[in-house]
Design a protein around this ligand. Sequence first.
Ligand SMILES: C[S@@+](CC[C@H](N)C(=O)[O-])C[C@H]1O[C@@H](n2cnc3c(N)ncnc32)[C@H](O)[C@@H]1O
Length: 226
Amino acid sequence: MNAYPASPPTRNYDSLVNIYDLLARCWSGGAILAARLWCAERISAEERVMVVGPGTGADAACMAQTGARLLLIDHSSRMLETTARRCRSEGNTTPQQIHGDFRTQKDLELQNSVVAPFFLNIFCSEEALQVMRQLRDSIGPEGRILISDFSAPPRNFIARLAMEIWHGIPMAFFYLWTGNAWHGVHDIPKMAEQSGLEITARKKFAILKWGPRWIEALELRQSSSL
Ligand SMILES: C[S@@+](CC[C@H](N)C(=O)[O-])C[C@H]1O[C@@H](n2cnc3c(N)ncnc32)[C@H](O)[C@@H]1O
């Protein structure tokens, strides 16, 4: 069994708090936000929800408005504060907060839902699988995981190459600036299957509304065949 966590925590996300959403909007033409909100809109009132790496928290604020009981975990104090402020002002509720590395959290209460927006992409494929298993272990038997992230790489060589280039440009920036891992596009549905999870709902989002559908949101539950 490989060490976990294997990579050091990310750095410098604090410095991106005012430009992160703009970068994401320009790069994906709104697809990243749409996928995050698709996940947020599936949450209902009174659910116990953990949001891992909420960033600036548009989706967490939406869940707070719905009346969910939120636990936010982020390694960046400024990202965490920004999300918590939005939950207070837009959702009129104060979420629980943990400032730290999700991978080192132990003995957290089991959640009804765990939301991980563009979190797995921080890690190399081996560690992302370990993070996926930790997400799985954070939900109760009836719970679910909501993930928004890059969709699995296409089979067609040309399409795959184009997607790897599109994914690689921001990855290079985050690799240098925040210490994210350098890796190819993850196959998250396969990681879910390897973690004993099944897809119970999914939606793909097109870049700039008309482009390739390279962003995907997934709802995952414990596999019924286990
Ligand atoms: C790529 S951003 C995603 C932000 C937002 N969820 C989104 O979808 O736009 C990753 C977020 O995870 C946080 N983060 C990075 N590594 C983390 C870790 N090990 N534990 C908890 N949060 C982490 C960063 O501070 C940042 O807020």
